[in-house]
Design a protein around this ligand. Structure first.
Ligand SMILES: Cc1ncc(COP(=O)(O)O)c(C=O)c1O
Length: 457
């Protein structure tokens, strides 16, 4: 019988994460008076995570306590998508890393678990965070329950209303979730005064969660971010490092690597270990994929911008639609972010990554095809990767090439069925982000210094 799944044993889980900071040069994060120093971040994050954020070490040990929790669902399977290949009549061999096996159903706990662990080690009692689709909030709730920390989640209003079961998951793991903007923070109150009917945004929810952490007088609360930052990308590399070992077992190596990108973490997690190979001479096409309705990587400028709406975070060098961006209400809540991870943005400017954008309907069509061939119902975010996989498989057919395509199946869509219901009822539409909005963003971003266009090698 054909071999469908490639497994690793539990003792084959990687013992170290890959830190791409060792291999690329970046513009520094900026504060009002110049580059940000680690101590300036101390009210927001514990120092052990700040050290990881700025570490130049290529390999960082994964603590035993983190491995113990990873063991609940890792190693995740690598799966050959035979049925999808057949449906597409492609000569390409398609593989996916299935991250939907984690308790919350996505890749997000790969970083939630170490973040909870390092905060606990540092003596922190409580974490605050934001969540878009609810995947990150539920992942942090799960991780905090493993380490006995309290957890408070600000969930983007539109997702809070669309996905009530994510709230329930967070409550089961003992976390408290409120809709953002909320009346609990100054940031939330200010936005509600100006825009009482706002659907919310990740940028607003981040402002609220940071404010809730830094204003806690006990000093025992810190903030946790589910994407964008260097240490988050690094924790996620456990995905790509496992995938490499799995492909080695069957003598395969990818020609094309694909992942959807909201803040960039599941994409980076799969792709960065292969970017390392690309730096060392391998020929691989690597595609982060975003919604055409939120075209951060494909149309927005590479600029310094804040990670949140109110402007509480340092300025980060990244592709950005502007921190005041309020996204159109398409259903992939986890991809509705104005910015992109600085490391992913840097690699785009260097031409190492080739981003793609897809309209909403094409992503659901790809999700439907995968559900009806491979069986799993994917998260709407994951569907963006799938649309690109379908395109690449068709291209391989046209060119008559036996390409190997590897993609990240970042999460299942079982809490996203409302969105599938809307798609099946014909209620979803495509939305092209207006050029005027990009020009507006460029104007807003002109007030900040310009990042340098750096070549790492
Ligand atoms: C299943 C899934 N995939 C992808 C993403 C996008 O986030 P990131 O780009 O950080 O992987 C999310 C975010 O919530 C998600 O829930």
């Amino acid at each position: 019988m054909e071999k469908k799944k490639i497994f690793l044993t539990e003792d084959e889980i990687p013992r170290q994460w890959y830190n791409i900071n060792a291999d690329i040069k970046m513009n520094p994060p900026m504060g009002p008076d110049g580059p940000v120093t680690p101590d300036m971040l101390a009210p927001v994050f514990p120092m052990n995570l700040i050290e990881q954020e700025v570490s130049p070490e290529r390999w960082i040990d994964i603590p035993e306590e983190v491995l113990r929790v990873y063991n609940i669902w890792r190693p995740s399977p690598l799966v050959r998508a035979y049925a999808l290949e057949k449906a597409l009549e492609t000569p390409a061999r398609i593989y996916y890393k299935y991250e939907g096996v984690s308790p919350p159903g996505s890749h997000k706990p790969n970083t939630a678990v170490p973040q909870a662990y390092y905060n606990k080690e540092f003596g922190i009692k409580r974490l605050t965070t934001e969540t878009g689709a609810g995947q990150w909030g539920s992942a942090l709730a799960f991780a905090c329950s493993q380490f006995g920390l309290e957890c408070k989640v600000f969930m983007v209003r539109i997702s809070f209303d669309q996905k009530p079961y994510r709230k329930t998951m967070m409550a089961v793991w003992g976390a408290h979730c409120v809709a953002s903007p909320s009346t609990e923070t100054k940031a939330g109150q200010q936005i509600l005064e100006q825009h009482p009917d706002t659907p919310g945004s990740l940028g607003i929810a981040i402002s609220e969660a940071i404010e809730a952490a830094v204003t806690d007088a006990s000093g025992e609360t810190r903030y946790s971010l589910g994407s964008v930052l260097n240490h988050v990308m690094m924790h996620q590399t456990v995905i790509g490092l496992e995938a490499k070992k799995q492909m080695e077992k069957i003598n395969e190596y990818p020609d094309v690597v694909i992942g959807c990108a909201g803040g960039g973490s599941n994409f980076a997690g799969l792709a960065f270990p292969f970017v390392f190979d690309k730096f060392n001479g391998k020929e691989i096409a690597i595609h982060p994929v975003e919604p055409a309705a939120c075209p951060t990587m494909t149309r927005a400028p590479f600029a310094y911008d804040h990670g949140d709406t109110i402007g509480m975070t340092p300025l980060l060098p990244m592709h950005s639609l502007g921190h005041t961006f309020v996204p159109p209400p398409f259903h992939a809540g986890g991809l509705r972010y104005h910015g992109m991870a600085p490391q992913v943005s840097q690699l785009i400017t260097e031409g190492i990554l080739e981003p793609r954008a897809y309209p909403q309907l094409a992503t659901y069509e790809a999700g439907m095809l995968v559900a009806r061939t491979e069986g799993f119902i994917s998260a709407p975010e994951t569907n963006h990767a799938l649309a690109c996989v379908v395109d690449e498989a068709k291209k391989a057919k046209e060119e008559g090439k036996e390409k190997v395509i590897l993609f990240n199946f970042s999460g299942h869509g079982l809490i996203d069925l409302g969105a599938y219901e809307q798609f099946l009822a014909g209620n979803l539409t495509n939305y092209e982000y207006p050029a005027k909005e990009i020009e507006e963003a460029e104007k807003i971003l002109e007030q900040y210094p310009k990042p340098e266009l750096i070549k790492s090698r």
